[in-house]
Design a protein. Structure first.
Lengths: 682, 510
């Protein structure tokens, strides 16, 4: 076995690999750019080598620099993680030449699977199901109709130079095929100056399901079940799970066996993933093979108990696989949510900055990883598992240079429902402040009926959130639970307030039992609260009661409550007359007032937020570098208006529509807060 | 007998009606609460003791003798906020427009006298059309009496003004002399002369909101300390402020039970100061992470943002915080920030509230804009305020502490009690670049030499150790243990006694 390996990556995956290496007694070497000097993976590794400036093309993906780091540290093998150099055959070649093991597949397999057309051909030859289609170019509409009939409707007519939906048509019959061919051709000619057209099967209700394979250098290959990754946003996976709620045993077996056949066909030796697109009738078609460790590998680990990184290292060291296909049992259910530094309320705009707070939920061990003793760390055991693969820490910086994914939160449960429920609680307990992030969004997905029913397709986000994400409104039952919890917290806070020193003896304030809770602009809920040693009982106006227990004290940012015996985890901040509460993806202003205060508050005018459609708001805290327009200027859509420097990066703010500048509120050199009005238009 | 008792109830009922249902409705329609409703929100339930409910004016001019409503446009008395006593007056706009008559002023003066005698804060809720014109000079005399008491009470009991409607002309000077002014957005305004007079005299056209609304006074003029969305929110926040304040200048600031670990370690503070000395960071994060439960009551949040002032608690006890904010103008001192902080420091000193100063200051803002407007004297206000303050003073330098501004910011030299510095501190006359350009003017043409000189200077002075060698810094501390160190410093200073030589009063450069 290797004594020392270098991890040619950063972030969570570098940390992930280091954990397994450490468990195996292998020394680790991290590499880092200027931006990652204080990164977690550097702190975790036994050694760290600086390899250049922040941009990846000047550091992490410069083969010479990585090779030098290997040489300087005497690492015997390299784990490339994902991205960066992981599927770069030149890197594999350089390692081979230097006599350093690559913890990944042979160079030939990377090359073969790296090209879309070659990989599809190899797949066809290995009897892997591929999307039926005509790869050649099509002359005229008649030929298009003929080919469409051979493939079987519906078909997709595509410009070979196409992209961004342009030059693409779906046809369900001959007439549409004829019409679609012509319009695709015209559009392609206009858009790309290349009117070559091809046709393939259009996959309806497509789902993205992939098979994890593991092969050694001795001709053995096993598959470790599938992962469902249908919930994607612009081809970026957001939620993954294993197994898929859609597959049956027969389909799984067929997909697994074909995947192994493909792996063998290219002489694969390492962990790899074969991606399929699966239609509503469980027909599956090969998309591509990823010749690396996938981001979402933990869900497979959680249901199989196999440490994939360990297996990759063993295979790279020349060991034979110690597991056979029969050893692999899929046990329970695992879900992964990717935490991105992207603000869901601002069109998932990347958000950078300082993590002023970063408190992931406590990790809990359960399931196959616990049984197989492949769990990392000293997590306590439980009924369901929580695993958080992360590369950041509180006080760390999210920079603009790399992938915005900052953590992968996974849960495991004996079945899908328990895994989802564990995930909901884990998400509610996950504290991230200082940057925009997608926790509220994934929390919303966990409560979405289509996801709960396992009926999602790759169009899920596009179809369910066509106008972006606007937050979550709690249903009445959950709103009442939150109201009861807020009343209980408020009681604690008020009693503490009434215990300040300097009171007028014998005339102390008596904290009352009747309160009115208002969530956002919702209907006020009148209730009374009675406390005893174990907690409090909240009685609503209609006579229904709720039992609330919890040890929240003022200042706790997280409230772990039990409401009617079921856990309710709230993120809590103090606001005037109440709390800001975040739970289940909802972000709520919860007011708790005495009945009289509530009555008077009802008299207060509702103030509408100012119309910001004719304003340019500062999207991030930063410094005005320059203003490109003056009052009275006519501006065009897309015209540069002003430049804001934030985190050493210059951001040009552009006009969203035509107009005239009517007022400018900022000058060069001003520092602005988020949402400050820079200028106004007419 | 029963009838006599009933007569009292009838009269009370009559008084509580104020200006009648129609005017109450009009008040509500403007989004405003009535004088009594405001008191209900402000005070603990059922704690209000009203005085002078049946006071009526004595004016007989202009037919006023026919209109003598009970209370005379102001409700006065005392009550409790979380069990602690406060005196309150609340002007009633529904009664003669809340205008100030001799008797109206007398009512206010009465509770102010009681407040001074018994040592409890005065909270004034202002919603008044101004002087009662029918009374002429009697009304002005009334204002004068109130002013006199504002001045006498200053530094004796905390005085808080809440502006919840018009407050114009001479009337503004009573709130102006109190410790804090709060306003309500869109429904309150303050000015010495209204838009009509402005138009006549200067031909300047301006709305009441632009001239003296909440936004103007919190952002531009700094007359107001904070503005809130509506009456209910504003009064709730006044309650929150009162919880931080001592009842009078003879008492220690209040302490309340707290649920936070005094020794809480915040590892993230070790990375708060960025590697690049010119990169800003948010000082408020440090304040939140030092404070009990992250609770911070900011004063003048929207004005002179290059300095932060406000209250936190440490071990449950109130502490005033003054901190440079590197996010705005690099945290430099200028006229506005010096004035803002100086007034805050003096308030804390007057009421025995210990002071925590967090320093990252590159110096004073240069330029004619500052010098012409007298930055010398305004800057001296902060220097003076810190120098005369005898309350416990703890200072933490996080990064830059340059030049005169270093001395100003509660340095050891101004009788700072405990002065800490983070290892990232640079206590020096100025930044390395500026210093070498002066010291090695002759080498300016040689960038290599200058760079070497700069590095040399940085090595020698861009750290806290030169100051620590001299004892100007008591201890260099780890950022992550700042809360514990600061809390212990204040704990050790609980019994501090400091005296200043007798004087009638000082002569701070106003």
């Amino acid at each position: 076995m290797f004594k020392k390996i270098l991890i040619a990556n950063r972030g969570e995956i570098a940390c992930r690999v280091i954990k397994t290496a450490r468990k195996m007694g292998i020394q680790t070497v991290a590499i880092y750019s200027d931006a990652d000097k204080n990164a977690l993976h550097v702190a975790m590794a036994d050694e760290a080598v600086h390899i250049g400036p922040p941009p990846a093309n000047q550091s992490y993906i410069v083969i010479d620099k990585v090779m030098q780091a290997i040489k300087d540290t005497g690492a015997e093998a390299v784990h490339p993680g994902y991205g960066f150099l992981s599927e770069n055959p030149k890197f594999a070649e350089a390692l081979e030449a230097a006599g350093v093991a690559f913890i990944g597949p042979p160079k030939g397999a990377i090359e073969a699977m790296g090209d879309k057309i070659t990989s599809k051909k190899i797949a066809q030859e290995a009897d892997v199901s591929t999307v039926p289609g005509y790869m050649g170019l099509i002359e005229d509409a008649d030929e298009a109709v003929k080919i469409s009939n051979e493939i079987g409707y519906p078909v997709m007519i595509k410009a070979s130079a196409g992209g961004g939906g342009k030059g693409m048509r779906i046809a369900w019959n001959d007439a549409e095929a004829r019409e679609g061919f012509q319009s695709s051709k015209n559009e392609a000619a206009n858009s790309f100056g290349d009117d070559r057209i091809f046709i393939e099967k259009f996959v309806t209700q497509p789902r993205h399901i992939e098979i994890q394979v593991l092969a050694d250098g001795h001709g053995n290959c096993v598959y470790l079940g599938e992962r469902e990754c249908s919930i994607q946003r612009r081809n970026q996976k957001v939620v993954e799970e294993a197994p898929s709620p859609f597959l049956d045993e027969a389909t799984r077996k067929a997909m697994g066996e074909q995947s192994c056949a493909l792996a063998k066909a290219v002489g694969y030796a390492s962990a790899g993933t074969v991606e399929f697109i699966v239609d509503g009738q469980k027909n599956f078609y090969f998309l591509e093979m990823n010749t690396r460790l996938q981001v979402e590998h933990p869900v497979t680990e959680l249901i199989t108990g196999v440490d994939l990184v360990e297996q990759m290292i063993r295979v790279a060291a020349g060991e034979k696989l110690s597991i056979t296909q029969d050893d692999i049992k899929l046990n329970g259910w695992a879900i992964e949510n990717r935490l991105y530094a992207e603000d869901p309320y601002r069109g998932f705009l990347p958000s950078i900055g300082r993590l002023t707070r970063y408190r992931p939920p406590m990790e809990v061990a359960a399931g196959p990883m616990l049984e197989n003793n492949t769990w990392h760390g000293d997590a306590p055991t439980g009924e369901t598992a929580v695993r958080n693969d992360t590369g950041v820490y509180e006080g760390g910086e999210i920079s603009m240079y790399y992938d915005p994914m900052i953590a992968k939160l996974c849960t495991w449960g004996p079945d899908r429902a328990s895994a989802i429920e564990a995930m909901r609680v884990a998400l509610d307990s996950f504290e991230v402040e200082g940057i925009g992030h997608n926790l509220p969004f994934v929390a919303a997905v966990m409560d979405h009926p289509i996801f709960i029913d396992g009926e999602m397709t790759t169009a899920f986000i596009e179809e369910q959130y066509p106008d972006g994400f606007e937050g979550v409104t709690l249903d009445d039952a959950n709103a009442r639970r939150v109201a009861a919890a807020a009343a209980a917290m408020n009681r604690v806070a008020e009693i503490r307030r009434a215990r300040v020193s300097g009171r007028l003896d014998n005339h102390e304030r008596h904290v009352g039992e009747s309160w009115v809770v208002q969530i956002g602009k919702g209907e006020p809920l009148a209730l009374s609260i009675a406390a005893d040693h174990g907690g409090s009982t909240v009685t609503f106006e209609d006579g229904t009661t709720m039992r609330v227990e919890g040890d929240w004290t003022p200042g706790d940012s997280l409230a772990n409550m039990m409401v009617e015996g079921a856990p309710l985890v709230l993120k809590v901040d103090k606001i005037t007359h109440g709390f800001r509460i975040r739970t289940r993806g909802a972000d709520l202003a919860v007011k708790v007032r005495t009945p009289r205060q509530a009555e008077l508050a009802a008299l207060m005018p509702e103030k509408l937020p100012p119309d910001t459609s004719k304003m340019l708001l500062c999207p991030m805290p930063g410094l005005v570098v320059k203003l490109d327009v003056e009052v009275g200027d006519e501006i065009q859509e897309g015209q540069a208006l002003c430049t804001i420097e934030a985190m050493k990066m210059e951001n040009i703010l552009r006009a969203e529509k035509k107009g005239t500048v009517s007022k400018i509120n900022a000058a060069a050199g001003d520092s602005l807060a988020v949402d400050e009005v820079i200028m106004e238009f007419e | 007998m029963k009838d006599i008792l009933q007569e009292l109830e009838n009269r009370r009922e009559n008084a509580r009606l104020g200006g009648g249902q129609k005017r109450v409705d009009a008040q509500h329609a403007k989004g405003k609460l009535t004088a009594r409703e405001r008191i209900e929100v402000l005070l603990d339930e059922d704690s209000f003791e009203e005085y002078d409910m049946f006071v009526a004016h004595r004016c007989t001019d202009f037919g006023m003798e026919k209109n003598r409503p009970y209370g005379d446009g102001v409700v006065t008395g005392w009550g409790t906020i979380n069990g602690r006593m406060v005196y309150v007056f609340s002007q009633d706009f529904t009664v003669l427009g809340g205008s100030v008559s001799a008797t109206h002023a007398m009512k206010i003066c009465k509770i102010m006298d009681m407040a001074m005698q018994n040592g409890a804060p005065v909270i004034g809720i202002n919603d008044s059309g101004g002087a009662r014109i029918q009374e002429g000079v009697d009304s002005l005399a009334g204002y004068g009496e109130v002013f006199k008491r504002n001045i006498l009470a200053s530094g004796v009991v905390p005085q808080i003004s809440v502006i919840m409607g018009p407050c114009a002309g001479g009337a503004v000077y009573s709130p102006a002399m109190t410790d804090f002014i709060f306003m309500v957005k869109d429904s309150s305004y303050m000015f010495v002369t209204g838009p009509d007079v402005v138009k006549t005299v200067t031909n300047e056209q301006v709305t009441a909101e632009e001239l003296g609304g909440a936004s103007t006074h919190t952002k531009k003029s700094s007359v107001a300390d904070a503005a809130f969305e509506n009456d209910v929110e504003a009064l709730a926040e006044v309650r929150r402020l009162v919880d931080f304040l001592p009842l009078n200048n003879q008492q220690k600031p209040p302490v309340r039970p707290f649920f936070d670990d005094v020794a809480r370690v915040e590892d993230s503070l070790d990375t708060l100061v960025p590697e690049n000395p010119n990169t800003p960071y948010d000082m408020k994060e440090l304040i939140h992470k030092i404070a009990d439960e992250g609770d911070f009551y900011e004063i003048q949040e929207d004005f002179a943002k290059n300095i932060i002032t406000g209250f936190v608690r440490l071990e449950g006890q109130t502490v005033g915080v003054v901190a440079n904010q590197p996010m705005v103008l690099a945290g430099c001192l200028d006229i506005d920030s010096s004035r803002k902080a100086a007034r805050f420091v003096r308030f804390c000193d007057a009421f025995e509230i210990p002071l925590l100063t967090l320093v990252d200051v590159p110096g004073f803002l240069p330029g004619t804009g500052q010098e012409y407007r007298g930055v010398i004297k305004h800057g001296a206000k902060l220097l003076f305020a810190y120098g005369e303050a005898t309350v416990p003073k703890v200072t933490v330098i996080t990064r830059k502490a340059y030049g005169g501004a270093y001395v100003v910011m509660s340095s050891k030299h101004l009788a700072g009690d405990i002065n800490y510095a983070w290892p990232t501190s640079e206590v020096a006359v100025m930044g390395a670049k500026g210093a070498t350009e002066i010291l090695y003017r002759s080498e300016l043409n040689d960038p290599e030499k200058i760079a070497a000189r700069t590095a040399e200077y940085e090595d020698r002075f861009a750290n806290p150790f030169v100051a620590a060698e001299r004892g100007f810094i008591d201890e260099v501390i780890q950022p992550h243990s700042t809360r514990r160190r600061v809390a212990r410093a204040f704990a050790a200073l609980r019994t501090k006694k400091a005296r200043v030589p007798w004087k009638k009063h000082d002569n701070i450069p106003l």
